[in-house]
Design a protein around this ligand. Structure first.
Ligand SMILES: [Fe+2]
Length: 381
């Protein structure tokens, strides 16, 4: 376990953070970004080697934590290398994923997510969520989570979000994809533990609520489109609903909103992973971390990615940590129920879930709006 940054030193550090000379944190404005950029210079997503975080104390973690703090607070996302997921493991997961997606649609639909008691399985292109900017949804996915027996009390308490995975009948799919799921889960704990130290929070503040979490792994394939459709948004702009998202991509296409409100290409390479913040860490950090808006424009043709959402135990109540509330920075968020927030937002993404919850006497449901996507709305104006 590396040393923890002292709160006093960390506050001083935060106050002095400068990413590009154009961004600064300003105590008097409650650490909001003070942007003064004319002409605008594209800000690259910071790239961080996190090897020291995995060295079991052999390497000093402090410089890495400081770099993560700068990236997290100034940009709101970062790319990691030295993450410990081997190229072979990543390649094997893609191989299984691609073999699955190449199967006939009828075989894939036998594992349709809407036919399972848990939120697990195949998601076809037609399972289209409610995104105003998404003109050509072009992706299909296979969704998994923590593999829990349905009789387990955690599964029963978490409704559809926890339970047994379902697996395609392919010889190596389960073993290889489970290995990736296990490795990326461990990485998520390493990163969340680092963020506890970045924010000067007690050890296990986040990770102590990740014993049987509603985390998910999505194997994604974006289909090639007609040339005139390629420039359109294939996955609508949104934030993610959990703590962290860890993404490996084989091809470009993912865009992240920078602090100016501009979309920048996430240029993570084959040995790198993109890290986004989710809604729950925004609340927990009282807005020091911001849930990262992102979208996909799949301009290159077929595209594959592996996306892991690091969630919390279903019943976790998240609220701004008292140590991050002050007179200058009052609590900016109401308490939120981690599992219910995820369930609510997934109804926006999955028509089958919205249908399960609908009742004719209630009439047309209100549109599901995320309180964390205000920056996207501002961009659209
Ligand atoms: Fe997302």
């Amino acid at each position: 376990m590396g040393s923890r940054l002292e709160p006093r030193a960390l506050w001083a550090k935060r106050a002095s953070i400068r990413a590009t000379g154009r961004l600064a944190f300003c105590r008097s404005s409650g650490y909001d970004l003070n942007i003064n950029a004319q002409p605008r210079v594209e800000i690259m997503i910071p790239v961080i080697d996190i090897t020291p975080l995995r060295s079991r104390g052999e390497l000093s973690e402090e410089p890495t934590l400081e770099t993560i703090a700068e990236a997290a607070l100034n940009f709101g996302a970062f790319i990691v290398r030295g993450h410990g997921l081997s190229p072979d493991l990543i390649e094997a997961t893609y191989e299984e994923s691609e073999r699955f997606f190449r199967a006939p649609l009828a075989d894939k639909m036998a594992l349709y997510i809407g036919r399972n008691p848990q939120h697990r399985g195949y998601v076809p292109v037609e399972e289209r969520g409610a995104y105003g900017d998404e003109r050509y949804r072009s992706y299909e996915s296979f969704d998994l989570g923590v593999d829990q027996p349905s009789a387990d009390p955690h599964s029963r308490a978490a409704h559809r979000l926890l339970g047994p995975n379902i697996w395609p009948e392919r010889p190596d799919f389960k073993a290889k994809v489970s290995a990736y799921l296990s490795a990326v889960t461990e990485l998520s704990l390493t990163l969340c533990s680092a963020l506890e130290r970045v924010l000067a929070l007690p050890s296990e503040t986040f990770t102590g609520q990740m014993r049987c979490p509603t985390s998910q792994l999505r194997l994604l394939r974006y289909l090639d489109r007609a040339p005139e459709e390629r420039a359109e948004v294939n996955m609508g702009a949104h934030t993610d609903y959990e703590c962290l998202t860890i993404i490996h991509q084989r091809d470009l296409g993912l865009q992240v909103m920078d602090p100016h409100g501009e979309w920048v290409e996430a240029k993570a390479g084959p040995d790198e992973l993109l890290i986004l913040f989710g809604d729950l860490l925004e609340v927990w950090s009282n807005g020091l971390l911001k849930s990262t808006p992102h979208r996909v424009i799949n301009a290159a043709g077929e595209r594959s990615s592996l996306v892991y959402f690091a969630g919390l135990d279903y019943d976790t109540i998240v609220q701004p940590d008292p140590s991050l509330i002050s007179e200058q920075r009052p609590a900016g968020y109401a308490a939120i129920h981690a599992g219910q927030h995820l369930e609510r937002m997934l109804k926006r993404d999955f028509p089958y879930l919205a249908e399960l919850d609908s009742a004719p006497e209630r009439g047309e449901p209100d549109p599901i709006i995320s309180p964390f996507e205000g920056r996207i709305k501002k961009r659209e104006v």
